[in-house]
Design a protein around this ligand. Structure first.
Ligand code: UDP
Length: 237
C-alpha cells in the first residue's frame, strides 16, 4: 500500500532511541524531539498508535544473563516500557497532542488497561494511543506487542523507528560492505535471521499482511519523509 493512502499506522520506537546520546535512561529533550516527529505525522491526518520499548531502562534477557529469573526480569522490562510511555505522553501533551496510555499490565492509577474498542474511540477523537507493557506476558518483546496491536487495531503498516536506516544483509556496524534492502520479504527475514524484529513479531505481521517499514528515527524529519515516500527505509512485505 502506498504510504500516501495509509489512514492508521502503528509506530514502534525502540527504548534505546529515548536515551538520545546518553548511555542509559530517558533524555527528556530528545523525547520532546521524538514527540515533535509524532505530532508532525499526526498533522498529516494519520491516526497513530504508538508502542515504545524499554531497552533503555531494562531488558529481561540482560537480567536473566546475570542470574535473575527470566519471567521476573521480563516483568521489570514491561514496567520500564510503562515509564517510557508516560515520558512520551508527557512530551506529546506538552505539544498539545492529546494522548491516552493503555497498558497490558493493569495500573489503574497511571493509565488505562488495554481495551480495543476504547482505543478505537480515542483514535476517532484524534488522540494518539500509546500501548505499554508489550503483550503483557514474559518471554515476549515490545516488537511482538507492536505486531499484535497493529493487527488488532487494523493498522495499515507497522513503522519501526530505530537507530539504523533499514534492514541490511549483515550488521552495518560490523561490516562496512553491508547492503541495505529497499524491500525484503518476511520469509527472507525469517530464513536469514535478519535483524528487523524478533521472529514472532515478523510472523504475526506476515500472517496478517502488515507491512513493516524500518527506518531511522534519529534523523530529524525522517518520519515525515518516510510517510511522504521520500525517506530511506526498508519495507518488509
Ligand atoms: N517485555 C516482556 N513482554 C512483552 C514486552 C516486553 O516481557 O510483551 C519485557 C522484556 O524483558 C523486554 C523488555 O520488556 O526485554 C523491554 O522491551 P524490549 O526489549 O522489547 O524493548 P526495546 O528493545 O524495543 O527497547
Amino acid at each position: 500500500m502506498p504510504f500516501s493512502t495509509m489512514k492508521r499506522v502503528l509506530l514502534k520506537l525502540s527504548g534505546e532511541v529515548l536515551m538520545g546520546e546518553g548511555p542509559f535512561g530517558i533524555d527528556p529533550a530528545f523525547v520532546m524531539e521524538l514527540a515533535e516527529e509524532v505530532k508532525a505525522a499526526k498533522e498529516t491526518g494519520l491516526e497513530i498508535c504508538l508502542v515504545i520499548g524499554g531497552g533503555n531502562i531494562f531488558r529481561g534477557m540482560a537480567g536473566a544473563a546475570q542470574g535473575m529469573d527470566r519471567a521476573q526480569a521480563d516483568y521489570m522490562g514491561m514496567l520500564a516500557t510503562v515509564m517510557n510511555a508516560l515520558a512520551m505522553q508527557n512530551a506529546l501533551e506538552q505539544l498539545g497532542v492529546q494522548t491516552r496510555v493503555q497498558s497490558a499490565v493493569q495500573m489503574d492509577q497511571v493509565c488505562e488497561p488495554v481495551i480495543r474498542r476504547r482505543a478505537e474511540r480515542h483514535l476517532e477523537k484524534g488522540r494518539v494511543v500509546i500501548f505499554a507493557a508489550g503483550v503483557g506476558a514474559p518471554y515476549f518483546t515490545t516488537d511482538s506487542g507492536a505486531a499484535l496491536r497493529a493487527a488488532e487495531m487494523n493498522c495499515d503498516a507497522l513503522l519501526k523507528g530505530t537507530s539504523v536506516d533499514g534492514v541490511y544483509d549483515s550488521d552495518p556496524k560490523k561490516n562496512a560492505e553491508a547492503k541495505r534492502f529497499d524491500t525484503v520479504t518476511y520469509s527472507r527475514v525469517l530464513a536469514d535471521d535478519l535483524k528487523v524484529m524478533d521472529a514472532s513479531a515478523v510472523a504475526l505481521c506476515r500472517d496478517n499482511n502488515i507491512p513493516i517499514v524500518v527506518f531511522s528515527i534519529r534523523e530529524k524529519g525522517n518520519l515525515a519523509r518516510v510517510l511522504k515516500g521520500e525517506g530511506v527505509q526498508t519495507v518488509v512485505t
